[in-house]
Design a protein around this ligand. Structure first.
Ligand code: SAH
Length: 345
């Protein structure tokens, strides 16, 4: 059964006409869909039409299974898809607006050693509508006048590993009849799938591209990120620079700082060597310890590393840690829900 959230307005119009209804109904239905309203409550449609919609289609929204609110205002949602798959997303409040971090896959195949999202492997890809549905569901939950302003594809899954659905999602969310979101307000994070980075550059959408770097030393990166064996650093950085040139946007390198692993002088020197002089910014993320092997750095260690980057002329900031009291880090809540993490972790 077709889930309407997977469709653009034009596609919805075609489907509505195919079931013998007037095309202008599509605009009305699309507005309800964007507000996350079920068919039965689409009050400007006749009852027979609402029943007909139910017969032929599903809406495609996820349901809220659990919602956790942190003391700092961060909210974490555990959402359930139609097939009972569970994904999570995190809402963060910043001065400039509300950012939602969403998932692109159920689980993840990438196997990064420090990440909770990949513990149960990849279950399946999400569809474009299921990715959009997360934004619409949380947006509706916030109530009117408190809209999500920014979206980051940094939840569970590798966005470029689910390429078509992710690009489909970006095209859906930017339609003015949907949330009309500018690509300037969307960031996509990848572990570094080189061919897909080039393909994404050609797409010309212009979202901010972030790379999970975590080490500028090839051997070290291989130890914590299996994908590094397939695509060596030199190739990944080249692809990121190609994206930057093509899009005219500064690219972001995410660097999880792990105590005693990637926080030394050699790590700073390696960063300078591969990123010096480039149009980029480094986002330092104090490691969220999901596993005994990867320890969070102290505040002092984080700021010493930041100073080291500054001395080397590299633009960098430390990402604020939000939602620590509610399993804020990547995949932690879902993993705990599914019993993939030890209670003590
Ligand atoms: N697969 C994509 C997007 C999901 S991960 C990618 O790899 O970029 C989103 C971000 O969360 C990445 O930078 C990832 O490395 C980071 N992350 C994963 N586990 C983390 C942890 N334990 N502590 C801090 N950040 C983590």
């Amino acid at each position: 059964m077709t889930a309407l959230l997977d469709l653009s307005l034009t596609e919805l119009k075609q489907q509505i006409e195919e079931i013998g209804e007037k095309g202008f109904r599509a605009g009305q239905i699309y507005a309800w869909l964007t507000a996350c309203v079920p068919f039965e409550q689409m009050s400007n449609l006749s009852k027979p039409l609402r029943e007909k919609l139910r017969e032929h289609f599903s809406e495609g929204y996820p349901e809220i299974l659990q919602k956790l609110c942190s003391k700092d205002g961060t909210k974490k949602y555990l959402l359930q898809m139609a097939d009972e798959s569970v994904v999570e997303c995190v809402l963060m409040n910043y001065e400039y607006g509300r950012t939602l971090c969403i998932s692109t896959q159920v689980g993840c195949a990438m196997g990064c050693a420090f990440c909770a999202s990949t513990k149960g492997g990849l279950r399946r890809n999400l569809s474009a509508g299921e990715i959009l549905g997360q934004v619409l569901r949380v947006n509706a939950d916030l109530g009117s006048g408190r809209n999500i302003t920014n979206v980051v594809l940094m939840g569970t899954g590798e966005p470029l590993g689910n390429y078509d659905a992710v690009v489909g999602f970006l095209r859906l969310i930017r339609q003015k009849e949907s949330l009309g979101m500018s690509m300037r307000n969307i960031s996509l994070s990848t572990c570094g799938l080189v061919p897909e980075i080039y393909r994404f550059a050609e797409e010309g959408l212009g979202a901010t591209l972030c790379l999970s770097l975590h080490s500028a030393i090839q051997q070290k990166r291989e130890q914590i990120m299996p994908i590094a064996r397939k695509y060596p650093l030199r190739q990944v950085i080249q692809a990121m620079q190609a994206y930057s040139e093509k899009s005219g946007r500064r690219v972001i390198y995410e660097y999880i700082l792990i105590a005693g692993l990637n926080d030394g002088k050699e790590d700073l020197d390696a960063l300078e060597q591969i990123l010096g002089g480039q149009n980029c910014h480094i986002n330092l993320i104090p490691c969220n310890a999901t596993d005994g092997r990867f320890a969070a750095p102290t505040k002092g260690q984080v700021y010493r590393f930041l100073a080291g980057l500054d001395e080397r002329g590299l633009s960098a900031t430390v990402r604020r840690t939000l939602g620590e009291d509610i399993d804020g880090a990547c995949g932690q809540l879902r993993a705990r829900y599914l019993g993939l993490l030890d209670r003590t972790e």
